[in-house]
Design a protein around this ligand. Structure first.
Ligand SMILES: [Zn+2]
Length: 275
């Protein structure tokens, strides 16, 4: 999808794997036996200053090594990680498919430090590439290791002094046309992203919720998400409503973080347009 009238020139949606899990992780309170395969999302956004990567997918090593799998994934909250059947590394392969590499990015940002979003940060250790994260998220991730690991964070993904973290607080522009929107609850420093991208149909861009709301129904029916830390389930509705109100105010479209009916559809649409 190309654009010339804002700081953002192009948006590419990436699917860096999948996870098979109880839908109750996405919709609070429903029957645990209903399972769903959800995409692992990431985005490449080309701005007038360069390419920005939003989220980084799984750390493949934690899935392929038996002992690490046991520690971080095996029966872990009944979430089964699935890697693409092809290629060598989901993130590196995706960058390569679009003619990019880790040393060609202007910046990286992570919505939060869960292992399906922060697992690719290891590729940026030792590079100058800034990695934008909410201060509270890093503080939580580097705090009580048992608590963080118990909530699905793998400290090895982000506890690297060679990473050039840029800690931010609240709603902050991180690159031309890309604004981080603080949406804590799912994790203590979760952030979503607002991307300016004026459309012919009058919409001004997209709000990528990431895990502030996994599925379309979280937003359409205002249903609380099932995964949250240090808050009540109903508190997660505050962030869903914040994003809905921003979307109304800015005339933007909300894209949920893990919706299997939306994410691949958009990806296919974008690749058609890019061809
Ligand atoms: Zn998450």
């Amino acid at each position: 999808m190309a654009n010339t009238s804002s700081g953002v020139k192009q948006i590419i949606m990436l699917t860096l794997g999948w996870e098979e899990l109880p839908k109750a992780w996405s919709i609070h309170g429903i029957d645990q036996s209903e399972r769903l395969v959800e995409p692992v999302p990431a985005l490449l956004v080309e701005t007038i200053d360069g390419w920005v990567l939003l989220d980084t997918g799984f750390n493949k090593a934690l899935i392929e090594d038996g002992a690490l799998f046991d520690r971080f994934h095996s029966k872990f909250h009944q979430i089964l990680p699935i890697l693409p059947a092809y290629g060598t590394d989901p993130l590196l392969d995706a960058l390569d498919r679009h003619g990019l590499s880790v040393d060609r990015l202007l910046a990286v940002a992570v919505s939060h430090l869960h292992n399906d979003h922060a697992g690719g940060l290891r590729h940026f250790g030792g590079s100058d590439t800034p990695v934008y994260i909410q201060s509270k998220e890093l503080e939580f991730g580097l705090g009580d290791i048992a608590k963080a690991q118990g909530h699905g964070l793998a400290r090895v993904d982000y506890d690297d002094p060679r990473l050039n973290f840029k800690k931010i607080s609240g709603d902050v522009e991180i690159a031309p046309g890309i604004r981080a929107i603080s949406t804590p609850g799912h994790t203590p420093g979760h952030q979503s992203f607002m991307v300016d991208f004026p459309q012919a149909n009058g919409a001004n861009g997209f709000i990528f919720a990431f895990d502030a709301g996994d599925l379309k129904e979280n937003f359409e029916s205002e249903l609380a998400i099932g995964g949250f830390i240090d808050v009540e389930a109903s508190d997660t509705l505050d962030q869903i409503r914040k994003l809905k109100s921003l979307a109304r105010e800015k005339q933007m479209v909300i894209v949920p973080g893990h919706d299997p009916t939306i994410w691949p559809t958009i990806e296919e649409g974008l690749s058609r347009i890019l061809k």
